[in-house]
Design a protein around this ligand. Structure first.
Ligand code: SF4
Length: 550
């Protein structure tokens, strides 16, 4: 039998000894230990809970768990990946907890969830949770526990009603969704009582001490990595980008007061460092950080950077990465077409991409991975030809630098200006076009699965009616065919797959997340959308953003 992975952990915080009447709780990650423990969000929330003596928290993963309480009062899930809902349902069953919140009673724990998937659009999963925390854990966790303690010995209904009054705490069962017929859009989403807030505001932490690993272990998917969050959100606001719009405003870790001390703490226990953030090189003092990491005492550390903005790839950055055992750098370019980049608000030119490649090569890196997207709203075939041309120019400009173009399909995300657009049905063909053109030139092209993008779009724009579909699908498997089969089984009770995935939604339509307030007001998103569509070559049929007076 394998030894428990928990014994290999090196903790960077001190767990509290629970008091006699501490609240028994389980904090779960709906995937294997190696995946969950590599999530900085999971690590930080667990440490926050485990540092409190009024909680007695045990961890649960799909493959291992700590000793679990026999009667937990709280069961939390950190959800980072949409398809992990399957594991949430299985874990609930394994704990003898009904998977639907409405079937739970006083003998069951309150099931709460948080994390990026649930903060963006919790609705397809809403019926599985009693409580969903919307926003940053730094603010929400303490408020949630305090509010729970105030009603700990009350009945479940009172508990939920009280929790729903706390900013950022969403109790789905207290909102009624009505539809324009069984297979139509949403007619309205309303709180069931006047003392329940009509809108739930996502909570935003505005401090400048960001997250850092609370545990380092050889059993993590990134073995022994110590992670620090350098920035949160991204100021670029590319119009499809959830990592920017959902988490605005852009915040930075204070380099001297918090980032460097956090790194120094981590490097006492490991020699592998990960700098995390949507766009880490946009930290205004990133150069100071590089100087710190380039000190001789850190020559042995291995450095990974999650993503960098293209026009911040300098020879110094490349040299720092090479010195610390990285051979490759990843940049997101989205397209080789200036017009498409204008549509998406990506402030980047092909010349800057060429310069990034030259700098990467000059600094000693051996490969550069570019990320692109097919099916971006407003994209035409000649835009794809320009992407091919850009890759050809890059190959000639930086011979010897190994180039890879990874390419996904545009998927609409809640709270972004592109949330109203559907997935382009031509995207699969467009990926094939890029593949044919680029591979024939010896350029490594790696398309992401189009079918997976369709499923992602379904979950990303889904409403509560999908919960029944998700219950069915998990028994059918996670292929697109399984989802189609479940849609067929449920025909007449919800709109077809095309409605969620491919149709452009009207701006007047009530969105499944209309009652959840993200960082930006709707009129700002509409304004961005209008600016984007003004660069379209052809008007979109059935979609008239100009008709909306905002
Ligand atoms: S630069 Fe990257 S992280 Fe920033 S908004 Fe654009 S796509 Fe998102």
């Amino acid at each position: 039998m394998n030894a428990s992975p928990f014994v290999s952990e090196r903790l960077l915080f001190t767990p509290a000894a629970p008091t006699a009447d501490a609240i028994p709780a389980i904090f779960a990650f709906p995937n294997e230990y190696s995946v969950g423990i590599t999530s900085l969000g999971y690590q930080v929330v667990w440490a926050t809970l485990a540092s409190r003596n009024d909680l007695d928290v045990s961890r649960l993963f799909t493959d291992v768990h700590e000793a679990l309480p026999s009667e937990p009062e709280l069961l939390g899930f950190s959800m980072s990946w949409e398809l992990d809902y399957v594991n949430i349902l299985s874990l609930l069953e394994s704990l003898d907890i009904p998977i639907r919140a409405e079937a739970r009673s006083a003998v069951h724990p309150l099931v709460f969830g948080g994390g990026p998937v649930l903060t963006a659009n919790p609705e397809p999963f809403a019926d599985f949770f009693d409580v969903i925390l919307l926003g940053d854990g730094e603010l929400l966790l303490g408020e949630f526990i305090t509010a729970y303690k105030a009603v700990r010995h009350s009945d479940r209904k009172t508990q939920l009603r009280h929790l729903a009054t706390i900013p950022g705490i969403y109790v789905p069962s207290l909102y009624e969704v009505t539809y324009d017929g069984n297979d139509g859009g949403i007619a309205a989403i309303e709180a069931i009582a006047s003392d329940i807030p009509a809108q739930i505001q996502k909570q935003t932490y505005r401090g400048n001490t960001l997250s850092a690993s609370t545990v380092v272990t050889a059993k993590a998917a990134w073995e022994n990595i110590y992670m620090v969050e350098v920035v949160r959100s991204c100021p670029e606001m590319c119009r499809f980008c959830l990592a920017s719009y959902l988490t605005l405003p852009f915040r930075i870790a204070d380099v001297e007061a918090s980032l460097i001390p956090a790194i120094a703490r981590g490097l006492q226990v490991t020699d592998r460092l990960g700098l995390l953030g949507a766009s880490v090189t946009q930290h205004p003092e990133f150069d100071t950080l590089l100087d710190y990491l380039n000190r001789p005492e850190f020559d042995h550390i291995r450095l990974s950077i999650s993503s960098v903005r293209t026009n911040t790839v300098t020879p110094k950055l490349a040299e720092t990465l090479v010195k610390h055992d990285s051979r490759s750098i990843t940049i997101a370019v989205e397209s080789g077409s200036d017009r498409v980049r204008q549509i998406i608000n990506k402030k980047l030119t092909n010349n800057e991409i060429v310069l990034a490649a030259l700098n990467a090569k000059a600094g000693g890196l051996s490969s550069m991975k570019l990320y692109g997207m097919a099916g971006i709203p407003g994209e035409e075939m000649d835009d794809l030809e320009q992407t091919v041309e850009m890759m050809t120019i890059l190959k000639q400009a930086a011979p010897g630098l190994r180039l890879t173009l990874g390419c996904s399909t545009f998927v609409p995300k809640a709270h972004t200006p592109f949330q109203w657009f559907g997935v382009n049905r031509q995207a699969e063909k467009r990926l094939q076009f890029l593949q044919k053109q680029l591979r024939s030139q010896g350029i490594d092209f790696r398309p992401e699965s189009y079918n997976w993008s369709v499923i992602q779009a379904l979950l990303s724009r889904g409403d509560r009616r999908l919960s029944h579909l998700l219950e069915l699908t998990r028994h059918y498997g996670d292929s697109l065919g399984s989802y189609r089969r479940a849609f067929k089984d449920l025909r007449g009770t919800l709109p077809p797959l095309d409605y969620y995935v491919h149709e452009h939604w009207n701006l007047e339509q009530t969105l499944p997340w209309s009652h959840l307030q993200g960082p930006l007001p709707l009129p700002t998103l509409v304004k961005h959308l209008k600016t984007a569509t003004s660069s379209f070559q052809q008007p979109l049929t059935g979609f008239e953003p100009t008709a909306i007076a905002h």
